[in-house]
Structure formats: structure tokens, C-alpha cells
Design a protein around this ligand. Structure first.
Ligand code: ADP
Ligand code: MG
Length: 488
């Protein structure tokens, strides 16, 4: 993260901040809560305040206002807030404060804080944030991710570090080769916690947690939290304070979302058309498969739109090079699989395009959250063919809003299918269109891909006890925290 990326001062919209604490399943909403208007109010270490001033962070975001004091007090926290609202600093600042308040010489091959995230790129970004905020403190931090030589990481850990940011697989490799011990971890962070606890990662996480001291602080953060995963999370937390600053799974307020109904075969052409027509600064295009990402990138290049692809089949070196070029703005169009869906914070992504609609609705929330970050605006366009209508319906249910639809299908296809828009114009969510056979099958597959915990259904940790889900209209029409220049 560069300091240039935080040029925008932010202002809090106080009315939008609510604190939800669930203790023994009893929901209390602290309506008297007044967020701190300055980082100094938290009595954070002066060196941290200095770094924040240099980064031009003026006002804590709502999730920061709520979680920083709680984490400083040593409590476990589960923090839910929309994408791009500063969750990293919400845990990194109080962790650095606590480390600085209790300086200890590092113990060989040990770390005091372990931060886990689902992708190598996100772990690298979190480490950068720790280094940025902690630059005036005498603390050490290291990165342990797969896909790169392990030797350098082993050497970095030899003398011990204060903070280790990692992906789970590499942590286990390092533990196995005796390069890392986890017996002195005071604090465990799971960023993108619902992803870390789903089927893809839960086994590794369980193995890691089993090696950690029982007496530790555990922090979990995400923008989404399916209920079944929240139950699993609760097993790893001790009397946690649960903080949600907007209904769980709310999309970032400032993303303008659109759906374009298309024939499957016309997607490449419609994509090119969208990229030519839209006022794009930087576009991130998501595809379902690695092969699809390459194919879309090739098609764009052929059409004269310079694009690169990033996915799990590329070498780590290539992944890092392409992402760095995208961050710098040298690459303006990046085609990615969901390895780029979570957490990645690149300034100036004006557009997210879903070339394929994701089959997990939470993935949609995270994908479109790559735009409209830190108070900026953004546009998210999803190309939806007949087989993806059902996915859109799931998405609209999760985010509690309907997404405006425009139709670019041929007349022929339109006649064959039920229209996406109903008479009241409320869009796909209210359409009676049934997914065709293949759609239903892939939808089922999507469901199968979910973890068993997840399969029980979606719900929100914060609203378990509400009779009706909160209406999106009431919660999110106004900007939440916006650039001062724009907002006041
Ligand atoms: P999240 O994890 O919630 O998606 P990040 O932690 O990646 O969000 O932060 C999003 C962006 O907002 C980053 O570029 C970060 O530097 C910036 N940011 C975070 N907190 C503040 C703040 N208090 N003031 C200004 N910018 C901030
Ligand atoms: Mg994040």
C-alpha cells in the first residue's frame, strides 16, 4: 500500500454506525454509541498516530472506531463491515499498539501475532499495511506464503518475529520443517474469516489452531458471514465482541450495480462494447475459470484492449508482476479468477465486470467490493446469461436489493426465455424465469461446492434475532464515509 493511495480524507456518517453485540445469543444494539472522531481519542501509541498522519488518515472508519478500543482491551472480536471500509487497520493498529506496549525480545522461530488470509496477494498486502502503520515502531514482521522459495522465509523466522502474515498451507509447511513454532502466539487474526473457515481452508485452520496456546486473543473480520460459518467461528472465539457496522453482506454503498442480460455466446462482444463505452480508469474482470480468464484476456487484446490475466495457474512471479502493474496503472484491464475477489485493495478500480456471475452470492459481494473503496465510487456490471439467472436471484436475496437489468439478448433468445424483468420492473430477483436444465445442474454443483457448514443456508450473524431482515433501503441509501471534498 502506498501512501499516495490514501489521498482522500474521510468523514463519518454517524447515523449509520450501529454496534451489535451478541452475548449468549442476545442482541443488544448500542444506540448511544458515538464514534471517535480522531485516532488520538483511542490513545494509540504516538508512533502509530504519526504514521497515520503521514498516511493522511484523518477519521477512523466506523469499523475502526468500534473495534480498535475493543482489540486494545484484549477481547476477542468478530468484525463485519462492508468491503473497502478499513478492516485491515481495524485490527492492525490495536495489535501494533499492544505489541509496542509490551516489548519483548523475539524468540527464535516464533511469532507473537499470526495473521492468516486466503491468498498470497492479500497476505502480502496486509503485511505492507502492518509495515506502513508500524514504520516508526521497532517491531518485526514477515510474510509466509506459498508459491515462492521457502528458504528465505525460514531464514526470516530464525530469530523470531513479532508479526507473521501468512497463508495457511505455508504455515503448516514451515511448522512441519521445524522452522516455525506456534506456541507463543498471543493473537490470531483470520482476515476474510468466512472464507478461512469454509471447506477449502478449515482443515488447515484447525491444524494451526490446535498448535496455538488456548489463552490467546482471536480476531475475525469479513464483509460476509453465512450463519453456519458464524457458528463455526464462535467455537474458536472466547466471549467475543461482535461488531457489525452495516447489515452483514451489504455491498459497498457507492457501487452502482447493473446486470446485462446476454446470450452466452455474445458475452465476449458485449464485454468489449462495455469496456469501450464506459468511462473506465481501471477495470477488473472476473471469470469463473482460469482457462476462461486467459481466453477473455486474449479476446480483449485481439480487439485492441490491452489486458492481462491473473489466476492460480500463473507462477507467483507472474501473479505479482501483473498485480503490481495493475496497481501502478500500467495495466488498465485485468482479467482474474476469484483469487482476486477478496481483500485486494487497488486504488482507482472504476469498474468490476463479472464476465461470469458467481454461483456463491458472497463471492459477488467481495468481487464488486474491489471497486468503490475508501469512499470512492465504482460501477459493477454483471453479464448474465440464461443459466445464471438463478445465481442472480441468490445474490439479490443475500444483498437485499434488486439490481437494475438491461437486456442485450437477441429477439430469438428473448422469445425462448422468460423475460428477466417483470412488469413492475424490479428485475431478475422477481422474475419467474426458471433456470434451464444445465443452469439447475451447475447451480446444484455450486451448492455442493459449499462447505457442509455453509449448506445449512445463509443468514447474518448480526441479525439472527430479528424477525425480518433489515431492508436495504433504510440502511444504505446515503454514503457511509466519504471523501471530505465530496461529502461536506
Ligand atoms: P477492507 O479490509 O475493509 O476491505 P482495507 O483495510 O483494505 O478495507 O482498506 C481500504 C482502503 O481504505 C485502503 O486503501 C486503506 O488504506 C484505506 N483506509 C483505511 N482506513 C482509512 C481511514 N481511516 N482513512 C482513510 N483511508 C483509510
Ligand atoms: Mg480486507
Amino acid at each position: 500500500m502506498s501512501s499516495a493511495s490514501i489521498s482522500r480524507p474521510v468523514r463519518l456518517a454517524r447515523r449509520q454506525v450501529c454496534v451489535l453485540q451478541i452475548e449468549s445469543n442476545i442482541l443488544t444494539i448500542d444506540t448511544n454509541f458515538k464514534p471517535n472522531s480522531s485516532f488520538a481519542d483511542f490513545e494509540l501509541n504516538a508512533s502509530l498516530l504519526r504514521a497515520l498522519a503521514e498516511e493522511k488518515y484523518q477519521t477512523p472508519t466506523p469499523i475502526q472506531a468500534q473495534t480498535i478500543p475493543t482489540v486494545m482491551s484484549g477481547r476477542d472480536v468478530i468484525g463485519i463491515a462492508q468491503t473497502g471500509t478499513g478492516k485491515t487497520a481495524a485490527f492492525a493498529l490495536p495489535i501494533l499498539h499492544r505489541l509496542a506496549a509490551d516489548p519483548r525480545p523475539a524468540t527464535r522461530r516464533n511469532c507473537r501475532v499470526l495473521v492468516l488470509s486466503p491468498t498470497r496477494e492479500l497476505s502480502g498486502q496486509i503485511l505492507d499495511n502492518f509495515r506502513t502503520y508500524g514504520r516508526h515502531l521497532r517491531l518485526s514482521a514477515a510474510l509466509a506464503i506459498g508459491g515462492v522459495a521457502i528458504g528465505k522465509q525460514v531464514r526470516a523466522l530464525l530469530g523470531g518475529v513479532d508479526v507473521l502474515v501468512a497463508t495457511p498451507g505455508r504455515v503448516l509447511d514451515l511448522v512441519k520443517s521445524n522452522a516455525l513454532r506456534l506456541g507463543e502466539v498471543d493473537c490470531l487474526v483470520l482476515d476474510e474469516a468466512d472464507r478461512m473457515l469454509d471447506m477449502g481452508f478449515i482443515h488447515d485452520i484447525r491444524k494451526i489452531v490446535a498448535k496455538l496456546p488456548a489463552a490467546r486473543q482471536t480476531l475475525m473480520f469479513s464483509a460476509t458471514m453465512p450463519r453456519a460459518i458464524a457458528d463455526l467461528a464462535a467455537q474458536m472465539l472466547r466471549e467475543p465482541v461482535k461488531v457489525a457496522v452495516a447489515p452483514v453482506a451489504s455491498t459497498a454503498d457507492r457501487v452502482e450495480q447493473r446486470i446485462i442480460r446476454v446470450d452466452r455466446s455474445a458475452k465476449p462482444i458485449v464485454l468489449i462494447d462495455v469496456l469501450r463505452r464506459e468511462p473506465i480508469d481501471r477495470a477488473l474482470i472476473f471469470t469463473r475459470t482460469k482457462h476462461g480468464a486467459d481466453k477473455v484476456a486474449r479476446g480483449l487484446n485481439r480487439a485492441g484492449i490491452a489486458a492481462e490475466a491473473i489466476h492460480g495457474n500463473k507462477s507467483q512471479n507472474q501473479r505479482e508482476r501483473v498485480l503490481a502493474a495493475f496497481r501502478r496503472g500500467d495495466v488498465k484491464t485485468l482479467v482474474a479468477t476469484d483469487i482476486a475477489a477478496r481483500g485486494i485493495d487497488v486504488d482507482g478500480i472504476s469498474h468490476v465486470v463479472n464476465f461470469d456471475v458467481p454461483n456463491l452470492p458472497e463471492t459477488y459481494v467481495h468481487r464488486i467490493g474491489r471497486t468503490a473503496r475508501a469512499g470512492a465510487d465504482g460501477v459493477a456490471i454483471s453479464l448474465c446469461d440464461g443459466e445464471e439467472v438463478a445465481f442472480v436471484r441468490d445474490i439479490e436475496k443475500l444483498i437485499r436489493m434488486s439490481i437494475p437489468v438491461s437486456d442485450r439478448r437477441t429477439h430469438h433468445a428473448r422469445a425462448k426465455e422468460q423475460p428477466a424483468k417483470t412488469k413492475d420492473g424490479r428485475g431478475v430477483a422477481n422474475s419467474n424465469a426458471k433456470p434451464r436444465r444445465r443452469g439447475a445442474a451447475s447451480r446444484k454443483k455450486g451448492r455442493r461446492d459449499r462447505s457442509p457448514e455453509n449448506a445449512a443456508g445463509l443468514g447474518s450473524v448480526a441479525f439472527l434475532n430479528r424477525r425480518a431482515p433489515p431492508t436495504r433501503d433504510a440502511a444504505a441509501t446515503a454514503p457511509r464515509w466519504v471523501g471530505q471534498l465530496e461529502g461536506s
